[in-house]
Design a protein around this ligand. Structure first.
Ligand code: KG4
Ligand code: ZN
Length: 346
């Protein structure tokens, strides 16, 4: 029996490690943000991200074993994100996981980062229990800094992509607007904070493709409209109107996401919905999903904030389920900036 699986996530800028038990319960998770390293550049710099993973990862593994009161040979398997992501970042996690797995002679399991986000709401810990199981179909909206997609999750390892963004991800639209407005980095959470104090009807932003009867999304028009508007404003005007600007811009993103979610539920007739990925931390989106779900009589789950943004626990759960289904990876496994076609059905 698996006593504990060690999970490693280094696909972007957060370094994260976690221990899960054989039932997918998170025993402990430790993460190290790199926000301070990337803030001067206004965005994630891949080479700096990779460099800092190499600084933090082994320290985090040492710390988590100490805190858990275990030795390296008390680990029975290692799960690690292998795609999609920044290659300079993925390499650090993969090479570390391979070296540990080989020296400890335990299974290595490569995990697609997006599968991690899909299973994140099904994690368990002392404070959180999912409200429905992974054994019944659900519609998953996965919205992060690099991806925005809607999946029909039939059952484990059976994920069909119903629609995706044609251009930018929702998180990218949040981050760029925050940057253009001079709020700082990372933009999403700062736009969220200002939006709480603003009027969502103060400014008119486009909602691309909202009426099209398909599940494709687009956020680049919104981003460009934001840029055009901000270019006409003085710094003083931007500051004075920051709350209203953020509330109106955020509302456009929320309206698009809710419209597509609504269409996905109508098309699939599935009554269970999951919202996951960094943007699911957005307080306006969480409120809008709650209101929409009550109107439509849909059960929904959004993971706690620590499991919304990038984290190793979700990689551990996806890895554990693969291992329990007999899937492990070879030591020749490498990183990839994109998912493989075989990872998801179109
Ligand atoms: O899942 P994640 O941590 O990393 C990726 O896989 O991309 O998502 C990061 C994204 C960033 O774009 C960040 O700005 C956004 O999630 N985000 C938010 C909020 N918290 C994080 N966007 C809007 N509101 C938030 N509260
Ligand atoms: Zn992510």
């Amino acid at each position: 029996m698996i006593r504990r699986i060690l999970a490693i996530e280094t696909s972007c800028d957060d370094t994260s490690v976690a221990f899960l038990d054989h039932e997918g319960k998170v025993l402990r998770m430790l993460s190290q943000s790199q926000d301070d390293n990337h803030r001067p550049f206004g965005g994630v710099v891949p080479e700096i991200a990779g460099r800092n993973h190499s600084v933090h990862l082994l320290n985090l593994i040492e710390k988590i074993t100490l805190l858990e009161g275990v030795q390296l040979n008390d680990i029975d398997a290692i799960a690690v994100t292998n795609r999609p992501g920044l290659v300079a970042s993925l390499i650090v996690g993969i090479v570390t996981a391979k070296a540990l797995a080989q020296s400890l002679a335990i299974p290595l399991i490569g995990v697609n980062h997006l599968e991690g986000h899909i299973v994140a709401p099904f994690l368990k810990d002392d404070d959180y229990q999912p409200s429905f199981g992974f054994d019944e179909p659900n519609v998953t909206l996965a919205v992060s800094g690099g991806h925005s997609s809607i999946y029909l999750v039939h059952k484990w390892a059976d994920y069909t992509i119903l629609g995706s963004t044609l251009d930018d991800a929702a998180g990218e639209a949040f981050d760029k607007f925050g940057k253009m407005l001079g709020l700082g980095f990372p933009g999403g959470v700062l736009v969220d904070r200002h939006a709480k104090l603003g009027n969502p009807k103060a400014f008119d932003f486009p909602r691309s493709m909202i009426r099209e009867k398909n599940l494709m999304m687009s956020f680049s028009g919104l981003k460009a409209a934001g840029q055009r508007l901000l270019e006409t404003m003085t710094n003083e005007d931007k500051q004075k109107n920051a709350n209203d600007l953020c509330a109106s811009y955020q509302q456009a993103i929320i309206d698009i996401l809710i419209a597509k979610l609504d269409l996905a539920v109508q098309q699939t007739k599935v009554k269970k919905v999951v919202i996951t990925g960094g943007v699911s931390a957005n307080s306006g989106l969480r409120k809008a999903v709650d209101e929409w779900s009550q109107k439509r009589r849909i059960s929904y789950m959004i993971p706690p904030l620590k499991y919304c943004t990038d984290n190793a626990a979700m990689i551990g759960l996806a890895g554990l389920w693969k291992l329990q289904n007999g899937i492990t990876s070879e030591l020749s496994m490498g990183p990839s900036p994109t998912s493989y076609e075989t990872d998801f059905k179109l």
